[in-house]
Design a protein around this ligand. Structure first.
Ligand SMILES: Cc1cc2nc3c(=O)[nH]c(=O)nc-3n(C[C@H](O)[C@H](O)[C@H](O)COP(=O)(O)OP(=O)(O)OC[C@H]3O[C@@H](n4cnc5c(N)ncnc54)[C@H](O)[C@@H]3O)c2cc1C
Length: 387
């Protein structure tokens, strides 16, 4: 039986083979997805009683990192799928319908997409304009979903909306919609600098006469605070760490080549390589520390939703996303023109363009503004061993 690392390695090998074509054509990484499904990696996090493997965030994060070194888009699709699955695992266990859904995800290897972003609210996850409209046991939803990654390829979409047409914008629910229950009219194309293979087009999403049991029973405020903040910031960061690692590996190979050419001399770029490996290690330490803290709190909803943990996770996202851009840029500085050119063994254009999305994927300033508000009411700064 293959280990998790071997299964992820198979997907990464295929993802790497197609990464340039996925980027160039802005197409979905279908070859990598086929291996992820064949290796049963989409159901990894689902509890064993529902046919999954009960994996924790650390194992998923490790795979995000492995894939990130191969194809940023495949890695981000895998991360986003598991962020959504984490919401179901963390908050759907009291609902028979969502338990059956988890069984289907594991059995059929269903791909889950996310619709939080809306025209008019942007990256403001905790406010919605659209609302669920309920009649008896059924509801309808219309959403101007300005970004849904792999919306066309997904089997399921988890969408946020206000609970009721009269609800305030922050009184939200999370609804699970299977692809055959929604109509997606494409309103914008994802023709971007990087992360092109996530195929994050904009859609007008319409769903009619959906059973109300498909609404996740917990308020979205709880889901966001107790699972989504942690899973998104940890798994995104792991993808970005993978991309940065790929860039540093290329820089290292370049410097080693220089050293071989000039036997007995240390190339001047070796010093820069030492610096960038230091920065990469700092990134890794930040992610591992945050992962450990979240895993230690597993099941403690109050602690996971606390101000201290929210601040820690926000800080992780803003710092790791900036560090990742810096690391890839430094790697390019080491490699020079061979990194700037496409089609060389040291090309860094694709990872550089991909990593530029990190600080924007929920704008860092928006996150910092949120952290600033939390810090106004936080009581103490914490201890060395609890960050
Ligand atoms: C690769 C990728 C995949 C994505 N996939 C999905 C997906 O599948 N589903 C989905 O729903 N969304 C997705 N998104 C969108 C993402 O979740 C955010 O909604 C999006 O990044 C916000 O984009 P925006 O720049 O238009 O942000 P806005 O939130 O509109 O912000 C615009 C600018 O204003 C700044 N700003 C906003 N508020 C404040 C504030 N209070 N204080 C200071 N500055 C502020 C921001 O920092 C930013 O610079 C994806 C994004 C990326 C990059």
């Amino acid at each position: 039986m293959s280990t998790l690392a071997q299964r992820a390695g198979k997907a990464a090998t295929v993802a790497a083979l197609h990464a340039d074509a996925v980027d160039r054509d802005g197409r979905f990484p279908e070859e990598a997805m086929a291996v992820l499904k064949a290796e049963r990696l989409l159901g990894l996090q689902i509890p064993r009683q529902f046919g999954g493997e009960g994996a924790g965030l650390t194992e998923i994060a490790q795979i995000c990192c492995t894939l990130g070194q191969a194809c940023s888009a495949a890695a981000m699709v895998f991360a986003m799928h598991h962020i959504k699955v984490a919401s179901l695992v963390g908050h759907g266990l009291d609902s028979d319908w969502h338990c059956r859904l988890m069984e289907r995800i594991a059995r059929e290897q269903l791909l889950v997409a996310s619709s939080t972003t809306e025209a008019g609210t942007g990256g403001d996850l905790r406010n919605s304009i659209c609302a669920v409209e309920t009649t008896g046991d059924l509801f309808s939803l219309s959403k101007e979903a300005s970004v849904i990654s792999y919306g066309i390829q997904a089997d399921l979409i988890l969408a946020t909306a206000r609970r009721h047409p009269e609800s305030p914008s922050a009184d939200q629910v999370l609804v699970a919609l299977s692809r055959d229950q929604v109509s997606l009219e494409r309103v914008s194309r994802w023709d971007t600098l990087g992360m092109r293979g996530t195929c994050s087009d904009g859609f007008r999403l319409e769903a009619r006469d959906i059973p109300v049991v498909q609404i996740v029973p917990k308020p979205f405020a709880e889901i966001a605070a107790q699972s989504m903040l942690a899973s998104s910031h940890l798994l995104w960061s792991s993808v970005w760490f993978g991309i940065a690692t790929f860039a540093v590996d290329r820089a290292r190979a370049f410097v080693q080549g220089e050293a071989r050419r000039r036997a007995g001399q240390v190339p001047p770029t070796a010093l820069r390589l030492a610096e960038v490996s230091n920065a990469l290690q700092a990134m890794q330490a930040a992610i591992v520390t945050a992962l450990r803290r979240v895993e230690d709190l597993h099941g403690d909803a109050d602690a996971l939703g606390s101000i201290g943990v929210s601040v820690m996770l926000n800080n992780l996202k803003t710092s790791v996303s900036d560090m990742a851009v810096d690391v890839v840029q430094r790697a390019l500085g080491i490699v020079g023109l061979a990194g700037y050119k496409n089609g060389t063994p040291f090309s860094l254009g694709r990872p550089l363009r991909d990593i530029m999305s990190a600080p924007l994927m929920i704008g860092n300033d928006r996150i910092l503004a949120n952290t600033a508000k939390l810090l106004l009411v936080q009581k103490s700064g914490g201890q060395l061993m609890s960050a």
